[in-house]
Design a protein around this ligand. Sequence first.
Ligand code: NAD
Ligand code: MG
Length: 389
Amino acid sequence: MAASRKQKVVVLGSTGSIGVNTLDVIARHPDRFEVIALTAYRNVELLAEQTKRIAPKQVVVADREARERLASLLKGSSPEIGTGVEDLMRAATLKEVDIVVSAIVGAAGLVPTLAAVQEGKRVALANKETLVMAGRLVMEKAKEHGAEIIPVDSEHSAIYQCLAGEDPGKVRRLVLTASGGPFREMTRNEMERVRPENALQHPRWEMGQKITIDSATLMNKGLEVIEARWLFDLPVEQIDIVVHPESIVHSMVEFRDGSVLAQMGLPDMRVPIAYALGYPERLESGVEFLNVIEQGPLTFEQPDRERFPAIALAEDALRQGGLMPAVLNAANEVAVSSFLQGRIGFLQIPRLIRAVMEKSRNRNYETIEEVLRTDLETRKTAREEIGRL
Ligand code: NAD
Ligand code: MG
């Protein structure tokens, strides 16, 4: 890399679990990458620390209050501090930038990610909600503007790696693996009494709160089926889920000739992050290596679709198409935050989503504005529905 210029990177959501891991990988390759902008929401303490270490040209936070707190932490030696969606979009579309790491959580990631796609950037995509809400549109725009979307979600990175150099027409099935979450072996009665703190103790690795709850309901896997549908252009009938509690096989691709390719490794998000940053090159990521002897047996089982109805809800939304996946996503975000606030029980999460989906009239969409309007309307419906529960 010595002769070529450094690749310029923007990290959207740099204070989150993916954001922090991304900066860790980048710090291992100072001759290859240069971070130009960082964005966060309200965690200005961590953002201030990152800003001092990395010296980006631009940072973006939630609002004026967060900006003032950040400015006072940085005491004068501060880069330009933007606020809100407009400035997130500006950061995501800076002319000099090569790679945008999309690691904001939830629907808030959609608009800046789409902006980066429309500028033809390489997008290292962790924010799966972008493809859940508007997968068809985002993939069309990527094609139109020559943007590469490289998945950071570990399952999709695994599939991407297994498909490298393959003819996509020869794929029979994608198999997404799922850890099964912390309630894999609970009865429905036990699940009825689950508290947020039980769900937040994810068995394998530290993630943000939203995806941790999604992993416990298995909605995360449902969202990933939708994400896979758009990334790999395959119908839901060719995307399966198996529970694999050891989380060593990160997903598999079954080909027409009977071959199954799997990607394995210890569970550490720095692997898919490094892959998305370096593609097609493999970069050192700092992870520990898998020792299959010490690891012991790998097991696989069918997901329990009765105890975890979120999977079927997501598949149903995908089959209905149009705006229904955006409805599913918005209802899920309201349900998850209500559960975290102790306002609804764990098993009410899928019930609420189902009720909201049933209330919503589905139609096709052409523009991102329609998707965003549906997102807002669905949140309102979901909050009303909670009032009724
Ligand atoms: P997190 O909650 O740890 O971090 C989220 C980041 O987004 C933070 O920097 C936060 O400041 C910022 N943010 C939050 N709300 C925002 C808003 N309204 N506007 C702008 N910025 C906002 O989340 P995470 O676990 O890092 O996950 C990020 C994304 O990556 C999610 O979409 C998640 O599904 C996906 N993902 C995460 C993992 C993982 O292991 N953590 C794995 C696969 C996919
Ligand atoms: Mg995943």
